[in-house]
Design a protein around this ligand. Structure first.
Ligand SMILES: [Zn+2]
Length: 151
């Protein structure tokens, strides 16, 4: 099987989030055969829910669609480095691989401290691939926050 990135779908979710006035982050869960299981963008404002990050919503939707509590063998694409909460959720979901775009020095929890996957309390570590379409993802975030400051 040749590698096919699903970051474009995640970026579309991020753009849709921005259009809703949400921080533009998108996530996509892919099944073992390459099928898109769930897509989501941030909805913290809309749902009045601080845990409604794109990754959490995509993981919940994928588990609900499959009727299972884990996503063993599945991959997740996220436009931005997951925060510690989402990194923990990714580990708990037993996702096989994490692909992400821009790094997040301020709120990331994968490459930045607390480096959730390196914790002894973390019982599952996905393969991590970073920097996919990082520039596009970063530009989306920057223009979103620049527009917010301007208004
Ligand atoms: Zn998060």
């Amino acid at each position: 099987m040749t590698f096919r990135t699903h970051m474009d779908a995640a970026l579309n979710e991020a753009r849709a989030a921005a259009a809703r006035g949400e921080v533009p982050v998108g996530a996509v869960v892919i099944g073992p055969t390459g099928l898109v299981i769930a897509t989501a963008g941030n909805r913290t404002r809309e749902l009045n829910d601080p845990t409604a990050h794109a990754e959490i919503l995509a993981i919940r939707a994928a588990c609900a669609a499959l009727g299972q509590e884990r996503l063993t063998g599945h991959d997740i694409y996220v436009t931005l480095e997951p925060c510690p909460m989402c990194a923990a959720a990714i580990a708990n979901a037993r996702l096989a691989r994490l692909y992400y775009g821009a790094s997040d020095p301020k709120s990331g929890g994968v490459a930045q401290p607390p480096r959730v996957f390196s914790h002894p309390q973390c019982h599952h570590t996905p393969e991590v691939y970073d920097g996919l379409s990082a520039e596009t993802s970063e530009t989306l975030l920057k223009s979103f926050f620049a527009a917010k400051r301007g208004s």
